[in-house]
Design a binder for this molecule. Structure first.
Ligand code: SF4
Length: 192
């Protein structure tokens, strides 16, 4: 597939995904604490990125002022030298993403509870155990939704897990439906 077609189909998919995720976040509003200035999900992770996601991120990177690009590359160098598996994302500055419109799929979907495609319990965002998303309805001991907490809240909308795992959002099915090639997937830092 020509590079340009892949990027434009991917941009179409991002517009679709933003609308879809926006609807889920809206529905789950009683449980969501995400707000501007909270960047817990960008402070310590691996951040899986496929080739197309990284290419799109680089489109955003190249639009940044040169001094900013240099700061990002200096952070990348430090992370690579530290050889740590988890790290603060090099694109994070003052708790804000410097390439927000171009961020990856994991960055967009983080914060919701997701369906575990391999079966078993739903995946709960780690910030639930730090007093943030879903912390008002999850029992920290059992790590599942507490009926008692839900009843006490008295809200109508139930806490739900959605089909938003990274593997699903970058699956063969999505590739086929949106005519995208995700390409290789690896941690963000490994793309540098
Ligand atoms: S690309 Fe942006 S949203 Fe994604 S982890 Fe980095 S700083 Fe956070």
């Amino acid at each position: 597939m020509p590079e340009n077609t892949n990027i434009s189909n991917y941009m179409f998919y991002m517009a679709y995904l933003n609308r879809k995720l926006g609807g889920f976040f809206e529905k789950q509003a009683p449980y969501i604490k995400c707000k501007k200035g909270c960047a817990k999900c960008c402070q310590n992770g691996e951040y899986p990125f496929s080739k197309i996601e990284f290419d799109y991120l680089m489109v955003g990177f190249l639009q940044l002022p040169v001094e900013m690009q240099e700061k990002i590359m200096a952070k990348v160098k430090k992370i690579k030298e530290a050889k740590s598996e988890t790290y603060e994302c090099p694109f994070l500055f003052n708790n804000a993403c410097s390439v927000y419109e171009f961020r990856g799929i994991i960055c967009r979907s983080f914060g919701l509870m997701s369906i575990n495609n391999e079966g078993g319990l739903s995946k709960i965002p780690f910030c639930a155990f730090e007093g943030l998303n879903y912390s008002n309805v999850i029992d920290p001991k059992t790590k599942i939704v507490s009926q008692e907490k839900f009843d006490k809240l008295g809200v109508k909308e139930e806490p739900l897990a959605y089909n938003v795992s990274y593997s699903f959002l970058t699956s063969d099915e999505i590739e086929k439906n949106f005519e995208i090639e995700f390409g290789e997937k690896k941690p963000l830092i490994s793309w540098f």
